[in-house]
Design a protein around this ligand. Structure first.
Ligand code: SAH
Ligand code: SF4
Length: 408
């Protein structure tokens, strides 16, 4: 169908963009990614007593669970309100539900939270949790306060399949994907910690006002669970965070970027870090599969990429590796015509890391060049580095057991 392949992308309605010609080329690749995600699936969300976890179920699944015990759909609506608007963890606190029903629910279901293995607060107010799941695996979650707002930095995998050379998580192999319950649970637990229940009216002035999917793992290699979790967190009768307050960061899983844009429409951040394939192949090895040109093409077709919703390019500043003025100029050339913002992240060292942070004057020069070309280029101040909570410093001791080993 040669005509179809010439249809301009704009002619595709939003939901069909994932099927657009450019992306169709990679349908096979997308199937492979989804199959691999399934191989690293989380364990079933059931507690020690065999009760089914309600956190992380979609609205439809919650209604089905209620139908399973002979309850009408309104029961699901009530529960949704208690779980995601009121933050209730105990059926006995759900006062609009009659006592006998509370007891029945508590027999079959649970409203859980991750176990807190450790919690630390930095001198700058950043807070980090080490959460432990039922199977003993662990991830880290960080809350970064900022005046009258703040972002929760959420993890999506235990470890990471990718091994970017500057990233602490990258030194840990992928153990498994997190389930939707575990992804949502990180945000709910962070909110518990700041007592921000019920969900504040409106979006202004919330302590936990934003989500950045920038913790451990590559979110687009666990797309189904991430999408389900974010959909729950965006639901306007619950936690009610708008998609404009959620930013998903990817190292560049091109075939999944289209789906993310079409289905979730959250802000996109792309970990670029280098302006030549030669260097990016080395420091972000995923580049060997999806080189810079393909990555930038996927960015250009990301929906809603207007000036108000610019794509953020993350650029970790590694001394003498990627921080020259020539590279700044090349970056500007690559981004030309794209509504974009460049986040310059001075490299955050971790024990045994092989790089040094760029000198501050070099970061400033780099920023000036990018800025002069019309791109906002804030220099990210490291937050929580005293507790190893800054970008790229997260890592846990969770290990992949032999039984779960598969091709990473
Ligand atoms: N896997 C996703 C999201 C998690 S990493 C991704 O790679 O985008 C979040 C951001 O922190 C990415 O831009 C990542 O490249 C950056 N990062 C990783 N290690 C870092 C370090 N040691 N110092 C500064 N930034 C780092
Ligand atoms: Fe994984 Fe992102 Fe770290 Fe790369 S930077 S190893 S993709 S978590």
């Amino acid at each position: 169908m040669p005509d179809d392949t010439r249809t301009p992308l704009k002619a595709f309605p939003r939901a069909e963009r994932a099927m657009a010609p450019e992306a169709a080329l990679t349908a096979e690749e997308r199937a492979r990614i989804l199959a691999k995600a399934a191989a690293f699936a989380p364990p079933p969300a059931v507690d020690e007593a065999g009760r089914r976890e309600l956190v992380g179920l979609s609205r439809e699944e919650l209604a089905e669970a209620m139908a399973g015990i002979g309850e009408k759909p309104f029961r699901a609506k009530q529960l949704w309100h208690w779980i995601y608007h009121q933050g209730a963890r105990d059926f006995a606190a759900m006062t609009t539900i009659a006592r006998p029903m509370q007891v029945r629910l508590a027999e079959a279901f649970a409203v859980g939270r991750p176990g807190v293995a450790a919690e630390q607060t930095s001198v700058d107010g950043t807070r980090k949790w080490l959460f432990r799941w039922r199977d003993g695996q662990q991830v880290e979650t960080v809350y970064i306060p900022d005046d009258d707002r703040g972002a929760v930095c959420i993890s999506t995998q235990v470890g990471c399949t990718l091994s970017c050379t500057f990233c602490h998580t990258g030194t840990q192999r992928l153990v498994r994907n997190l389930g939707a319950a575990e992804i949502v649970g990180q945000f709910l637990a962070a909110r518990d910690s700041y007592g921000e229940w019920p969900t504040p009216k409106g979006e202004e002035g919330r302590k936990l006002s934003n989500i950045v999917v920038m913790g451990m793992g590559e979110p687009l290699y666990n797309y189904e669970n991430v999408a389900k979790a974010l959909t729950i967190l965006m639901d306007h009768e619950g936690v009610a965070l708008s998609r404009r307050r959620i930013t998903l960061s990817t190292s560049g899983v091109v075939p999944m970027m289209d789906r993310c844009g079409a289905e979730l429409g959250v802000n996109l951040a792309v970990s670029l870090h280098a302006v030549t394939d030669e260097l990016r192949n080395e420091i972000v090895p995923l580049n060997r599969k999806y080189p810079i040109a393909e990555l930038l093409a996927a960015c250009r077709r990301y929906p809603g990429a207007s000036n108000a919703r610019r794509i953020t390019f993350e650029y970790v500043m590694l001394r003498g590796v990627n921080d020259s003025e020539g590279e700044a100029r090349e970056l500007v050339r690559l981004l030309r015509g794209m509504p974009a913002k460049v986040n310059l992240i001075p490299f955050n060292p971790w024990p045994g890391s092989p790089y040094e942070t760029s000198r501050p004057e070099q970061v400033r020069r780099f920023a000036e060049i990018v800025n002069a070309a019309g791109y906002s280029s804030p220099i990210r101040r490291p937050r929580g580095s005293d507790i190893l909570a800054a970008c790229g410093q997260l890592k846990t001791d969770s290990e992949r057991k032999r039984a779960t080993a598969g091709g990473a």
